[in-house]
Design a protein around this ligand. Structure first.
Ligand code: X8Z
Ligand code: ZN
Length: 605
């Protein structure tokens, strides 16, 4: 990367920013007009669009080929975008409180939801740290004393399939020993990010994140707590049931009768989804032994075919086929010869149809769901391409995460049979097993998602100091998830939160909590639209053009309206609500409580 252009652009940006700040100070003199606001927005959107495309392309390469050079290139283009978005944020301030069209007012508001750095050096350092943290996570490996180094994916596989407690502990500890190496960088990054958020009038970065939901940040925190309280009884029942079963599997020395469960036993590195525990947790009546992973493996379903299955669902709803460039440019399998960030992600590379995913697909039931999730992002991108730059986004970030999951809720036995992945549809007696299996991802992620951001809100506000990162992390894990660290605490240098991709890569996580609620609201609405009246877990909208059109109508809105309007467009509701999820799992809740009562009675004897 030639050095000269970078210096010039940084200087230019700094000058522009100083000019913009000066305008703010002098603002009372000349009151701008609505026409000026429109012109400002048109110029700004054109500029940001171009820089965003460049930044996305550099970030794509940075995540696909992790080297010092690509990291530097990604940071360079991220910094250029930040300089321009910062300048735009400051420039937008002068239109605050003016009478503008609803669209212009919304754009002015959206432009100001960003970090802004007065000092270009700090901006550069911020972008550099962000790229470095992303790379550090992607490159991390556990190297046992005697044996080959293991990448995260290999360790996840052991956690998913082994019931050897010592092995599980080794995998858990091996991965969690990696993140302290980048803790110092994270601490520095948090401080810089806060500085940037304060510059725009937010109390800290956490408050800025909570301001992105068309309501004040305090109202958002209250909403999250309200929603959590709604679903907590269901989680508690599932947790109690799981503890009994894990205790029977691993023995009373490993799993206590009451209180928190060691977190390496859940079949998942972060114990956020427990789907891999299904063989341990399944009801004794479940004799079906249908295993989608087995079917996919036996058929040697490759990554492209997995993606084709998912595409097939979307096209059955009337949506377009994926563009040829999607297939040419996406990364669908883990390369053997280089480091990539394997955590699945979807990317819009321009405002037309250069959409891609990056995912290390394996033929498993889990990845079958994840690929539907990723294409949900992709079809959202494609649906809102006609929106102006600032509205090319989800109604809120929870919507973006909910689209593919909504589609995946339609992966029912009837659907699997229809596409030839299941021979015979099970009868209604299989409802409880299926609901249990689904609850192992949809119910379990709720307290995880809530507390990942609760932890970060406290980190960003300064309530949790770096020396207390692990203390606070495990307090939350215990309080909300009923889990404890499997091995003695790592103390003041520990960084267990950093073992999660979204913390290292600084991706907000409340979105998955919201998405978990929203997808059941969307699913219920689409099933109604399709004229379906039976139990929600048996509904699949596969092939239903009417439901598809309703979905597409909401997707096409992008972020052009406050999210309650988008929710209304699809469901008639204007509040995020846990009731659809509770309705879906209602029969399971009854069953779990019966099981738990029986276990408790047996213990007493
Ligand atoms: O990160 C993801 C997606 C990409 S947006 C694969 N998810 C969260 C996670 O893996 O932690 C999907 C569910 C939760
Ligand atoms: Zn996602």
């Amino acid at each position: 990367m030639p050095v000269t252009p970078k210096i010039i652009s940084t200087l230019l940006a700094a000058t522009a920013m100083a000019a913009a700040s000066a305008t703010v100070l002098a603002a009372p003199v000349a009151k701008p007009t609505a026409a000026e606001a429109d012109r400002f927005l048109a110029d700004t959107e054109a500029k940001l669009n171009k820089l965003n495309n460049e930044q996305a392309r550099a970030a794509w390469v940075g995540s696909n080929f992790i080297t010092d050079d690509t990291e530097g290139i990604a940071a360079y283009f991220a910094e250029r975008f930040l300089a321009a978005s910062g300048e735009a944020a400051i420039g937008a301030r002068r239109f605050n409180g003016m009478k503008l069209s609803p669209e212009a007012a919304r754009k002015i508001m959206l432009l100001q939801q960003t970090v802004v750095f007065a000092d270009p050096k700090e901006r550069e350092q911020y972008a550099t740290l962000q790229a470095a943290l992303n790379g550090a996570y992607g490159k991390a490996k556990y190297c046992p004393q005697n044996g080959d180094c293991m990448a995260l994916g290999e360790m996840e596989k052991v956690l998913a399939t082994s019931h050897d407690e010592a092995k599980l502990k080794e995998m858990w500890s091996g991965w969690h020993a990696q993140s302290p190496a980048y803790k110092d960088k994270y601490v520095e990054y948090v401080a810089l990010s806060n500085k940037g958020a304060k510059q725009m009038g937010f109390a800290d970065t956490g408050a800025m994140w909570r301001s992105q939901y068309d309501m004040p940040p305090e109202a958002f925190s209250a909403e999250m707590e309200r929603l959590w309280q709604q679903v907590k009884p269901l989680y508690d029942s599932l947790h109690t049931y799981t503890r009994y079963k894990l205790r029977a599997t691993y023995g009373p020395d490993v799993v206590p009768l009451t209180g928190p469960i060691p977190s390496h036993l859940f079949g998942n590195m972060w114990s956020q989804t427990w789907t891999n525990l299904y063989p341990i947790l399944k009801p004794s009546t479940d004799t079906k032994s249908y295993d989608l992973t087995k079917v996919l493996e036996e058929r040697k379903t490759d990554a492209k075919q997995m993606t084709k299955y998912a595409e097939g669902f979307y096209t059955s709803l009337g949506m377009q086929k994926l563009p040829a460039t999607f297939w040419e440019r996406s990364l669908l399998t883990k390369p053997r010869d280089r480091d990539v960030v394997c955590h699945a992600s979807a990317w819009p590379l321009n405002e037309k149809d250069d959409v891609r995913i990056k995912m290390c697909i394996t033929p498993t039931a889990e990845d079958f769901t994840v690929i539907h999730h990723e294409l949900g992002h992709v079809y959202y991108f494609l649906a809102y391409t006609k929106q102006p730059f600032l509205f090319r986004n989800g109604a809120n970030d929870g919507f973006h995460e909910a689209i593919g999951d909504t589609v995946a809720l339609s992966i029912t036995p009837a659907y699997l049979k229809q596409i030839g992945l299941m021979d015979q549809e099970p009868d209604v007696s299989a409802d409880i097993p299926q609901l249990l299996e689904r609850a192992l991802s949809k119910v379990t992620i709720l307290p995880f998602a809530y507390t990942v951001d609760k932890w970060r809100w406290d980190v960003y506000s300064g309530k949790t100091k770096p020396a207390d990162y692990d203390k606070s992390w495990w307090q939350l894990r215990e309080q909300y998830m009923g889990m404890k660290r499997p091995v003695a605490g790592s103390g003041a240098t520990g960084f267990d939160a950093g073992a999660k991709y979204h913390v290292a890569a600084d991706v907000p996580y409340s979105r998955y909590f919201l998405a978990d609620m929203l997808q059941f609201q969307f699913h219920r609405a689409l099933c109604r639209e399709a004229g379906y009246t039976g139990p929600l877990n048996r509904c699949s909208v596969y092939g239903n053009a009417k439901a598809g059109a309703k979905f597409q109508q909401m997707l096409a809105m992008g972020a052009s309206k406050p999210w309650p309007e988008a929710l209304k467009a699809i469901s008639g509701e204007d509040k995020i609500d846990g009731n659809a999820l509770l309705e879906y799992f209602a029969p399971l809740k009854v069953w779990l409580d019966q099981q738990n009562a029986a276990f408790a009675a047996a213990e007493k004897k």
